[in-house]
Design a protein around this ligand. Structure first.
Ligand SMILES: Nc1ncnc2c1ncn2[C@@H]1O[C@H](COP(=O)(O)OP(=O)(O)OP(=O)(O)O)[C@@H](O)[C@H]1O
Ligand code: SF4
Ligand SMILES: [Mg+2]
Length: 338
């Protein structure tokens, strides 16, 4: 991994003990990200996208969650591994160094406080100042994210904003302390296409302004093609393929990605395609079977000798430059089935 990487996630595992057994929501997740770069994470519902993001942000209850691996931030002051850092240290970084826009906007905006009070509070957590300084900063942020009449609207409550404007407020709150890393979990799913495009443009503008690293979680392959530099495809808690956007679309290497893309012939024809359905169901995350988790749905497993697909877990390995896949097929076999 390059020394320029701001974030390095290595062999991250997150599991939840439940009455039915251990739910392995994230397994062996490995990727890195530089400042100014956008990595999209795609995958079916339940593939572990949100759980992984919450682990990076240190937002799981440590007493009720098993987490292992490494989450490293390369800060100007040196490298810091977050999973072994104290909760106080991580809390101090959260909001200031790394911020998240949550899948459900109303879960992070409190209905009973004005948006200004909430943005001000997020700023005051990490800065010295009084309430009126906080409010001034909130107005600046509302203006920056394109809310009209910010001086008046700073006193409004979340329900007084449209869906798109509320999403802008969320972005203002996440960015109020100029974080270096932003995780945006499905930031535009609930919005219509025009507003979605405006919000994504806003995120891109903010990225340029602050040189942020962005992890963008989305179901929408059109958004990925338009917005991301690299893509991480997740299946059953693991990243099964990672590549620059164009390589992933033109030269997919993992049978799951191939299935997702099969009905989208060319990147420039992608409009707002959601993930395509592939026959079969993702596996239960409790007692995951031996071997590749995609095997029950994989049309190519017979090509691999000795039942390897159902007995041995494939490791993440190099398919090409900057292109990783987690599959037992050889390079030539992948080229021939594509
Ligand atoms: N606290 C928990 N206890 C037990 N299982 C959990 C817990 N939180 C999440 N899970 C399970 O972990 C798996 C991954 O969930 P996650 O929310 O990360 O999926 P996702 O990829 O974000 O899906 P979506 O696209 O629907 O948002 C799911 O099967 C979910 O039910
Ligand atoms: S390892 Fe085997 S089952 Fe898994 S994706 Fe590759 S070919 Fe298919
Ligand atoms: Mg999610």
């Amino acid at each position: 991994m390059s020394a320029h990487n701001y974030l390095e996630v290595k062999k991250l595992n997150v599991s939840f003990p439940t009455e039915d057994g251990l739910v392995a929501a994230t397994s062996d997740l490995t990727f890195s990200l530089a400042r100014g770069e956008t990595l999209a994470i795609v995958g079916e519902s339940g593939s572990g996208k949100s759980v992984s993001s919450l682990a990076i942000m240190g937002l799981h209850n440590r007493a009720r969650t098993n987490i292992s691996g490494e989450v490293i931030l390369n800060l100007p002051t040196g490298s810091l591994e977050l999973l072994s850092s104290s909760e106080d240290t991580v809390r101090d970084l959260r909001g200031k160094e790394m911020a998240m826009i949550f899948q459900d906007p109303m879960s992070s905006l409190h209905p009973y406080f004005s948006v200004g009070a909430q943005i001000a509070e997020a700023w005051l957590l990490h800065n010295k100042g009084n309430k009126s300084d906080g409010l001034k900063r909130a107005i600046e942020m509302l203006e920056l994210v394109g809310i009209p009449l910010p001086v008046e609207r700073v006193h409004d409550f979340p329900h007084q904003f449209s869906g798109g404007m509320r999403q802008r407020v969320m972005i203002a709150m996440a960015l109020v302390n100029n974080p270096s890393l932003l995780i945006a979990d499905e930031p535009t799913t609930a919005l219509d296409v025009t507003v979605q495009a405006q919000i994504l443009k806003l995120l891109r503008d903010m990225q340029k302004e602050f040189n942020m690293a962005i992890i963008l979680i989305t179901h929408d392959l059109g958004v990925v093609a338009e917005f991301a530099d690299r893509v991480n495809v997740m299946y059953a808690g693991k990243n099964v393929e990672e590549a620059p956007v164009r390589d992933l679309y033109y030269k997919p290497a993992h049978p799951y990605t191939l299935g997702l893309l099969r009905s989208i012939p060319r990147v420039d024809q992608i409009d707002t395609h959601r993930l395509q359905t592939i026959p079969g169901q993702p596996p239960s995350l409790i007692n995951l079977p031996m071997g590749c988790a995609f095997a029950p749905r994989c049309p190519y497993k017979e090509l691999v000798p000795n039942n390897l697909c159902t007995t041995k877990n494939p490791e993440l390995s190099n398919f090409a430059d900057n292109h990783l896949t987690r599959c037992h097929l050889t390079h030539d076999q992948i080229e021939s089935v594509r």
